[in-house]
Design a protein around this ligand. Structure first.
Ligand code: AMP
Length: 469
């Protein structure tokens, strides 16, 4: 059984470059822009003169590439990865892109993955029973062995049949000689897009990277799509017709950068609309609206716009404190949340405050902020959350802890309100979340979104996935 408290959960970001003289440099630039998608490891693989060259390491992109691009990372094709492991060892062997163990005299290939494979235990057992040894702890490695299992002559046909056997969330980039493949899972849980930069192609988990390097967006992969880029251009096809668009709503709520666009929807605008709809659900009278930096700010702006209550910046985030969310104990989480935020007393003293955040997971952040605000003299603190209550874990690559750590799965809204010390608490309702994101896929269930964290209805049948629900 997969135990999601101790297994490796990959969130990650992917970047790829085709036909650019200094492909590694450009990839490094892209990885810096995707750093928010993974802090635990980073790597780049290039292809040059029939060789795959790589540099990978544990830690932030700036740590792994502290000397910039190594002199030997030549080549005009590159793929890069930032890794986010919520648990498990941050060992170099788990840092992607991986390079396959060559078989049958074939040239090896490199690959990187964003997402989480839900039938990994079943597939790993099957492969191990055939004598296959895994080099890493990561579920991502399954693809390599499934490709080598393939009986087709062409690499891309073996890739297609391997992809068809994998269940769950994935974007894969695969670099095989002068061919770059990009695949999106049949639910399209995680985003991936392609852009042009003169004669080069750029692949990225998020479109924010394209603007920064002056590339022009050309295509977001559809669910079940496989794109091949080689010297003859770009070829798009579907490796499966059995698709069911369910883009992860957390990408819109919290995970992606505000400059990015997924499914034609800009993230900042979606977050602002979440705040506007949240305000429509509300009638409390307050002096100011404040947001929790960073991802709560656009929703707070939307809330302020709709309610006509002035927006103020009252909470300052120390950018140099690491991630609080993935600390191993509640004690550590609390102490790092306390050094992460401070409050401008002069803004909050004597005021009735509406504080907007994107989500409550364990309740650690909001509880501490309410304490800080009240300590600084706030008269009332009303909490407004720009997503519905998180009640169910995610199995598709977002680090949402197991049910017993999710405060909203153990308590009702009144109880949560009392535990965090708020004067009132309102969450955005599911209907308004869907309206706020506003994907133009109105004929699909939930407009093509995965909202399983709020409903417990997973878009994939998990029965045969050996998952401990
Ligand atoms: P908590 O303090 O456990 O209630 O977590 C809520 C805070 O963590 C919010 O301020 C969110 O912006 C942030 N958050 C929500 N989901 C995640 C996630 N998957 N990884 C890291 N931080 C998150």
């Amino acid at each position: 059984m997969t135990d999601f408290k101790s297994s490796l959960n990959e969130e990650c970001g992917i970047f790829g470059v085709y036909n650019y003289t200094q492909a590694a440099e450009l990839t490094l630039h892209g990885l810096h822009q995707l750093q928010h998608r993974g802090h635990d490891g980073a790597g780049i693989v290039t292809y040059s003169k029939k060789n795959l060259l790589n540099h990978r390491g544990v830690g932030l992109v700036s740590t792994v590439f502290n000397k910039g691009i190594e002199e030997n990372l030549f080549g005009d094709i590159a793929i890069g990865h930032v890794r986010y492991a919520t648990a498990g060892k941050s060992e170099i062997k788990n840092v992607q892109p991986f390079i396959s163990q060559p078989k049958k005299q074939e040239a090896p290939f490199a690959y990187a993955h964003n997402g989480h494979i839900v039938n990994s235990d079943t597939l790993k057992t099957e492969l191990r029973n055939k004598g296959i040894e895994f080099q890493t702890d990561s579920d991502s490695e399954i693809l390599e062995h499934l490709i080598y299992e393939g009986k087709h002559e062409l690499f891309e046909d073996n890739l297609k049949s391997a992809l068809s056997r994998i269940k769950g969330a994935f974007v894969y980039v695969v670099l095989k000689e002068r061919q770059l493949f990009i695949a999106r899972d049949p639910n399209g849980f995680r985003p991936v897009s392609i852009a042009r930069l003169k004669d080069s192609y750029i692949v990225s988990s998020e479109t924010c990277t394209f603007d920064m390097i002056g590339a022009t967006f050309i295509h977001e992969l559809e669910p079940g799509e496989l794109v091949k880029i080689d010297d003859s251009g770009i070829k798009k096809e579907f490796y499966t017709k059995n698709t069911n668009l369910s883009i992860c709503s957390m990408e819109f709520i919290y995970f992606s950068r505000p400059e990015s666009t997924i499914g034609g929807v800009n993230i900042y605008n979606a977050r602002k609309r979440m705040g506007e709809y949240l305000s429509k659900q509300d009638s409390v009278n307050a002096d100011i609206v404040i947001g929790v930096p960073d991802s709560g700010i656009p929703a707070a702006i939307g809330f302020s716009k709709e309610s006509k209550i002035p927006f103020e910046q009252a909470i300052i985030k120390n950018k140099y404190v690491g991630r609080t969310f993935i600390q191993s104990s509640q004690e550590l989480r609390e102490s790092s949340v306390s050094s992460k935020f401070s409050v401008i007393k002069e803004v909050v003293r004597g005021k009735k405050i509406i504080i907007v955040d994107d989500s409550i997971v364990r309740g650690t952040t909001i509880k501490w902020l309410i304490y800080l605000l009240k300590h600084a003299g706030a008269k009332e603190v009303h909490v407004r959350i720009a997503s519905p209550p998180f009640k169910y874990p995610c199995f598709f690559g977002i680090d949402i802890p197991s049910t017993d750590e999710l405060i909203a799965s153990k308590m009702n809204i009144e109880e949560v309100c009392s535990v965090i010390g708020a004067d009132s608490l309102i969450y955005l309702n599911i209907e308004n979340l869907i309206k706020s994101i506003n994907l133009p896929k109105t004929t699909l269930t939930n407009n093509g979104l995965c909202i399983a964290y709020f409903t417990g209805n997973y878009p994939i049948d998990l029965c045969d996935c050996a998952i401990n629900l």
